[in-house]
Design a protein around this ligand. Structure first.
Ligand SMILES: Nc1ncnc2c1ncn2[C@@H]1O[C@H](COP(=O)(O)OP(=O)(O)OP(=O)(O)O)[C@@H](O)[C@H]1O
Ligand SMILES: [Mg+2]
Length: 393
């Protein structure tokens, strides 16, 4: 069967046109037939559409994107270089091979630099089939690589969204439990204390052992109230929501100092502003995690904390004078605590950097853009996962 030089198969629908869909930019019918002949001899299963000017080329790219473009270099009405530029823009993944009678080495190199896949001289058409096969192989590999990269990126985005969601839910939960523990238990205990006082006023003066018992019970209730307050504060310090980040960091540093005996000095160059709650929480939780690490790993004698603003970003620096974190520890995939800190910061568009000097200590720096008024630091979960909160519906 003699191939129709213009079209051996309808361009659409793609699925019904078998084999490789080739778009051939060629003004000479004879050369086109030669190319087809060589391909057929080489066992390539294909359908071909020949065009010889820009309009038809663009039309074909738009209507029936090919699997492969073969193009002459010098055409009377069109120029191969321009075809290449158009193809790179409209169909960047489609391999583009120049099949030309006139191409000096310099021009050839230039076209390859501009994104052509290969070039074959018409005087050496035996190279055509191997060149086509190689181009297609590479194209498949490229497509697969792109797909794999895409999948990886998507899965990373999902993971990040999930992390954000989990942090959000966890923080909500902690806030709710802290409030309930504080309010409900606190009130119940205060009620008990008042009842005891009432009892004490009713017990006869000479009931010494009863009075002693009531006193002991009252002291016990006081201690329990303190415990309840401590638990609520550890879940989520009210100071964070009421007085803001700077106050909460100062408070946490003081707690740390009391617990460990290590001086923990806070210098704040920012006004104690109450920023968006999620933004504040991110900094506060990273700070807590950093102090925990210092307590567990640093063998430090002193901790210095600095809060500053730098070009619309809040910068928290925590320096300890301990053994110094190593590069391996910073980069390790097992440093889940550090990964969590980075992910938290990423939730508000920020970042965490760590630096250690052997025997000189470790510096942790957290930076994130300060959200403007009314602009949330942390977008509510974007996971599409169900998130219901009956308390804050
Ligand atoms: N301030 C520090 N000084 C020295 N080493 C540190 C410091 N902070 C972290 N490291 C090192 O980095 C490692 C990773 O820290 P990371 O917080 O990720 O894990 P972790 O504290 O061991 O465990 P967790 O998951 O409970 O936080 C630590 O195990 C420790 O070896
Ligand atoms: Mg840790």
């Amino acid at each position: 069967m003699k191939a129709n030089p213009q079209r051996t198969a309808p361009p659409t629908p793609a699925a019904s046109s078998p084999g490789l869909r080739i778009l051939l930019v060629e003004d000479s019918r004879l050369h086109a037939e030669l190319v087809e002949h060589v391909l057929r001899q080489g066992g390539v299963d294909f359908s071909i559409v020949r065009v010889e000017n820009r309009e038809r080329f663009q039309e074909q790219l738009a209507q029936a994107p090919p699997d492969l473009i073969l193009s002459d270099y010098a055409l009377p009405a069109f120029d191969g270089y321009e075809a290449l530029a158009i193809a790179r823009e409209r169909a960047p993944d489609v391999p583009f091979i120049f099949v030309t009678g006139t191409m000096g080495e310099e021009v050839a190199i230039e076209t390859l630099k501009s994104g052509a896949t290969d070039y074959v001289l018409k005087t050496r058409l035996t190279r055509l089939v191997p060149a086509v096969r190689r181009a297609l192989r590479e194209s498949v590999e490229r497509t697969e690589r792109h797909r794999a990269e895409d999948r990886l990126r998507r899965s990373h985005e999902q993971l990040r969204a999930l992390t954000g969601y989990l942090q959000y839910v966890r923080e909500e939960e902690r806030t709710r439990i802290a409030r309930e523990v504080h309010d409900e238990l606190g009130q119940a205990l205060t009620g008990l204390k008042m009842d005891l006082a009432w009892l004490a006023s009713r017990v006869p003066r000479n009931g010494r052992s009863l009075h002693q018992k009531i006193k002991a019970m009252s002291a016990h209730i006081d201690a329990t109230i303190q415990t309840v307050r401590r638990i609520a504060t550890e879940l989520r310090p009210g100071i964070l929501d009421d007085l803001g980040l700077v106050a909460a960091i100062e408070w946490q540093a003081h707690e740390f100092q009391t617990r460990t005996g290590l001086p923990c000095v806070v210098t704040s160059l920012v006004k104690d502003t109450i920023w968006d709650q999620d933004f504040t929480t991110v900094f506060f939780r990273i700070f807590q995690e950093t102090l925990t690490n210092i307590m567990r790993h640093a063998s430090a004698a002193r901790v210095e904390v600095r809060l500053a603003e730098d070009g619309g970003r809040l910068v928290l620096t925590v320096h300890d004078d301990g053994r110094g974190i190593t590069e391996d520890e910073i980069a390790s995939t097992r440093s889940i605590g550090l990964i969590g800190m980075r992910e938290r910061a990423a939730l508000v568009g920020g970042e965490v950097s760590l630096a250690g000097q052997p025997g000189q200590g470790t510096t942790v720096t957290v930076r994130a853009p300060i959200p403007g008024p009314g602009q949330p630091g942390l977008a509510p979960p974007r996971t599409g996962l169900p998130h219901e909160n009956p308390d804050h519906g």
